[in-house]
Design a protein around this ligand. Structure first.
Ligand code: COA
Length: 420
């Protein structure tokens, strides 16, 4: 079976998380991803959060599957020449350096267009043009600057960041979409273009519903928020704790075993079309016709009491028992699943969303596979490359360098092998 991006060659100049997530997805869709790394150390994440001495970290391996690695000192004159040669033969250059770093290597947009007018140059930056455009940014900075932190957490607590890497992996996803869109447009125009995904923009895009609520706030209080009816609303969208972000109220409720198990909880949505079913399941049939509970509007000021009553029922069941019963009645709900539970979930293993990969020095480990399934482009997850494992192969097969040229380069130190 062919792959969706067969024939697309990516010059992957990414590091840490945001850029690598993007190029990993493209690799899973069939692109040939050539990861350029600094000789000696490579992507800094190879050595970060290590669990096994002298072995590439899970941080690195889980973000760099299905790629090839070449080491090039991009500040060495000969290294620059190799980079330029790669620009000539690749379709897309992806980078997420701090602002200005690529220009300082000599790879300005003007130079790239000179070398290859069909080149698509895709960048992740912390911020788009504006007062912060020169700033370096990591995940949690983006979560804070993109509106996620101010709207996450409890009303009486500080802003909170979320474990989902919406700043890094979220922006990588945005960038991947920009790249395939630019590739599609190139079919018609023959020209490359620049693609920018700023982390602040990506997070704000994912927080779209909160900007919606900011504007609703000008017309009255937000009745589905836990602050209603007794709490205070200021002039900015408050933190909504575990309230649902949509039109159907929801909450996290305790289940049997919550006293000792930090994840014995279920998310419960009081979807209006199944209100009758909810009342029957929890034994409160009276609420079906009671004018104080019968319609979504009259329930809004009573949500706290309603969820406390439902919780009396969920506390008598495990989260899985509650899930089974509620689903028989089409009541939307979801157990709070821990990473320990997800790692052994058979359905996720079957679909390839969680896969076991064999790595040459680490051995077997679990990773998250391609979450996007294409019926005509299957994903096989392969191990991340060891540092520089494909340097020779890329010089010979992609750049068509002969033995003499390869030897000269090795001796120059541009590949980190001076004197070899
Ligand atoms: N050979 C030689 N030098 C190399 C190289 C190579 N193969 N690859 C990178 N470098 C150099 C760069 O040229 C740069 O040098 P310069 O500053 O002297 O010009 C240097 O390495 C550092 O790059 P930088 O991107 O500034 O790394 P950093 O570790 O200081 O900062 C980030 C890391 C993530 C904060 C920064 O890259 C950033 O803000 N990126 C954009 C936003 C982003 O993607 N953030 C999320 C990361 S998950």
């Amino acid at each position: 079976m062919g792959k969706a991006l067969d024939g697309v060659r990516i010059l992957d100049f990414t590091h840490v998380q945001s850029g690598p997530t993007c190029t990993q997805l493209l690799a899973w869709f069939g692109a040939d991803v050539i990861k350029v790394e600094r000789p000696g150390t490579g992507d800094i994440t190879r050595g970060q959060l290590r669990d096994i001495p002298n072995v590439d970290s899970l941080y690195f391996t889980m973000l760099n599957h299905n790629k090839r690695s070449i080491t090039i000192d991009s500040k060495h004159p000969k290294g620059k020449e190799v980079l330029e040669d790669l620009v000539r033969v690749c379709d897309v250059l992806v980078e997420n350096f701090a602002p200005g770093a690529l220009d300082r290597m000599g790879l300005t947009w003007a130079r790239i267009q000179q070398l290859n007018p069909r080149m698509i140059m895709a960048s992740v930056k912390g911020f788009g043009p504006g007062p912060y455009e020169d700033c370096k940014v990591y995940e949690n900075v983006a979560q804070c600057a993109g509106g996620a932190a101010s709207t996450t957490g409890f009303d009486d607590g500080p802003p909170l960041v979320t474990g989902a890497q919406i700043g890094d992996s979220g922006t990588g996803l945005h960038l991947a979409l920009g790249i395939v869109t630019a590739l599609y447009q190139r079919n018609a125009t023959g020209r490359g273009q620049k693609v920018l995904a700023a982390m602040q923009d990506g997070v704000l895009n994912l927080c779209r519903v909160k900007l919606r609520d900011q504007q609703r706030l000008a017309h009255g209080v937000l009745k589905e928020y836990p602050q209603y009816p007794h709490g205070e609303f200021g002039d900015a969208v408050p933190r909504a704790a575990n309230a649902s972000g949509g039109g159907q109220p929801g909450s996290i409720l305790k289940c049997k075993g919550w006293e000792t198990d930090p994840n014995a909880y279920i998310y419960f949505i009081t979807q209006a079309p199944v209100w009758k079913e909810i009342c029957k399941v929890i034994g409160r049939e009276g609420w079906i016709t009671d004018p104080d509970y019968a319609t979504p509007d009259v329930r809004l000021p009573r949500l706290k009491e309603i969820f406390a009553t439902i919780e009396q029922w969920t506390m008598t069941k495990t989260k899985f028992e509650a899930m089974e019963i509620l689903n028989q009645h089409d009541i939307p709900c979801g157990p709070i699943l821990s990473m320990k539970e997800l790692a052994v979930e058979p359905a996720l293993r079957k679909t390839g969303t969680v896969v076991e990969v064999d790595h040459p020095t680490r051995g077997k480990y679990l990773t998250v596979g391609n979450p996007i399934k294409l019926s005509d482009s299957a994903t096989e997850v392969t191990a991340s490359p060891l540092l520089g494992a494909h340097t020779d192969e890329i010089l010979r097969d992609v750049l068509r360098f002969d033995d003499k040229r390869v030897a000269e380069l090795q001796a120059s130190g541009a590949l980190g092998t001076a004197g070899a």
